[in-house]
Design a protein around this ligand. Structure first.
Ligand SMILES: [Zn+2]
Ligand SMILES: [Zn+2]
Length: 149
């Protein structure tokens, strides 16, 4: 299992392999994270003990966007050259590739509270897709915390 997260004290991105319990010392500040128990089902976030997590597709947005952009540019040229069939082929083909990529990539589980990304294991039924209402609540909480500092 692989975790990506931001240091709660200074926001610096960090990475951690959670094979067992692990300590993480932020290289930029003195903050220490200790993931005490790692539940294999990930009912709670090992970094902040928050019980609300959501799942999302671990899809590299840049890749999908790049494919679409290239397809659009290419179709402009083929269209200008009166290659209608080729234009359609490029547009439909790129959409299909995007769709396949989307199905192929696995789920990542993300903590609402600290934003840590967990990769490398199956999402369960408890892990729902992102809900705006819940996300907004945590965003407000984060803003309040930052104002207190
Ligand atoms: Zn830090
Ligand atoms: Zn968390």
């Amino acid at each position: 299992m692989h975790v990506r997260f931001e240091c709660p004290a200074c926001g610096r991105p960090g990475q951690l392999s959670l094979a067992s319990s692990g300590d993480w010392q932020c290289p930029a500040c003195d903050h220490r994270h200790s993931a005490t128990t790692v539940d294999p089902g990930l009912a709670t976030c090992p970094l902040c003990d928050n019980a609300q997590l959501y799942k999302k597709k671990d899809f590299p947005h840049g890749v999908g966007l790049a494919i679409l952009t290239i397809a659009c540019v290419a179709s402009v040229f083929t269209y200008a050259w009166y290659e209608k069939w080729l234009t359609w082929l490029i547009l439909i083909g790129s959409a299909a590739v995007d769709g396949l990529l989307y199905l192929w990539v696995g789920d990542a589980i993300v903590c609402y509270r600290c934003g840590a990304h967990y990769r490398g294991f199956e999402a369960r039924d408890e892990h729902k897709p992102f809900e705006l209402v819940v996300g907004e609540r945590y965003r407000q909480e984060r803003l309040r915390r930052e104002q207190l500092k």
